[in-house]
Design a protein around this ligand. Structure first.
Ligand SMILES: [Zn+2]
Length: 300
């Protein structure tokens, strides 16, 4: 299998900006880490793919978070991506089962739900992070991201996301595209793009056929001049660590930690973004309590 990557660039003399991505391996890694069932695997994989494409231009120290809470059986989904083109994420209930929408089509929309919002938070290293949110269109994620871009960022966009899950729950292929209309895009350019999208096969089908990001772009931008400006490797990566997970304990409060300590057992905390386990010994807890008493209002 080839490594995951994305291509980004401009088309029609800057009237369009595009990103196309192959995310098979990182979606497979997310599936393994969360032991997710197919519909959760597809939903989380689509959201990871979307976040990596939306965050393709992040600079050092910047981060983008997308959160969806649609009231469906999957519960909340959250993904975070950073400037190094890595993403991490989780779905609240990764092991639900739902009948297919039509045979062979996972019911992602039904699992996510439509009674809620998609929220994007961009921490660009400024004083306040930027947050935008829109109500969900279909819960299928691609449509919802497109609405967010149109309504919240005023850049109409076409978004396609696909994750193919195999018979045994494994990810076989994943990827997507994101094309944004820049101010000044002409009717003619828009018509060409719309025509290309209307005549192309469903994205999940193209991805299942093993179409590369290059191929997707050739189909989507057929008839328009375009230039690929960058290619970046993508990965599933978490920023957790023993030190960070300490904050989860701190947030439980002193009394809770004292209770845990009374048992004199090791405490295991699982990072919800990546499933990594961290063990805290009674000595760790004792030290932590001492720190908390000293520190008062400690900030990270
Ligand atoms: Zn983690």
């Amino acid at each position: 299998m080839t490594k995951d990557f994305c291509l980004r660039g401009v088309a029609a003399d800057g009237q369009l900006r595009f990103v196309a991505a192959q995310t098979t391996e990182l979606c497979a890694e997310a599936q393994k880490r969360h032991h997710s069932y197919p519909v959760a695997t597809a939903a989380l994989g689509r959201l990871l793919t979307a976040a990596l494409m939306l965050g393709a231009n992040l600079k050092e120290g910047q981060q983008l978070t997308i959160s969806i809470n649609g009231g469906g059986p999957l519960g909340r989904l959250t993904v975070v991506t950073e400037e190094n083109h890595s993403a991490r994420g989780y779905v609240e209930n990764p092991q639900i089962e739902l009948p297919d929408r039509v045979p062979g089509k996972l019911n992602v929309g039904g699992a996510v739900g439509t009674d809620g919002f998609l929220q994007v938070t961009k921490d660009l290293g400024l004083k306040e992070p930027y947050t935008g949110s829109v109500s969900l269109v279909s819960g299928e994620i691609g449509d919802d991201i497109a609405r967010y871009l149109t309504e919240s960022e005023q850049t109409p966009a076409a978004v396609g996301l696909g994750v193919l899950v195999g018979e045994y729950g494994e990810v076989q292929a994943a990827g997507g595209y994101l094309i944004q209309l820049m101010p000044g895009a002409t009717e003619e350019t828009i018509a060409t793009l719309e025509q290309n999208i209307a005549s192309m096969a469903p994205i999940s089908q193209l991805i299942a056929q093993g179409q590369s990001p290059q191929n997707l772009l050739a189909i989507l931008l057929n008839g328009l001049p375009y230039e690929i400006l960058a290619q970046d490797d993508l990965s599933f990566q978490c920023r957790c660590g023993h030190e960070r997970l300490k904050n989860v304990l701190v947030s439980l409060g002193k009394e809770e930690i004292e209770d845990l300590l009374a048992d004199q057992k090791e405490v295991e905390i699982v990072c919800r973004f990546c499933g990594e386990k961290y063990v805290f010994t009674p000595q760790d807890l004792t030290d932590l309590l001492a720190d908390m008493e000293k520190g008062g209002d400690k900030e990270e």
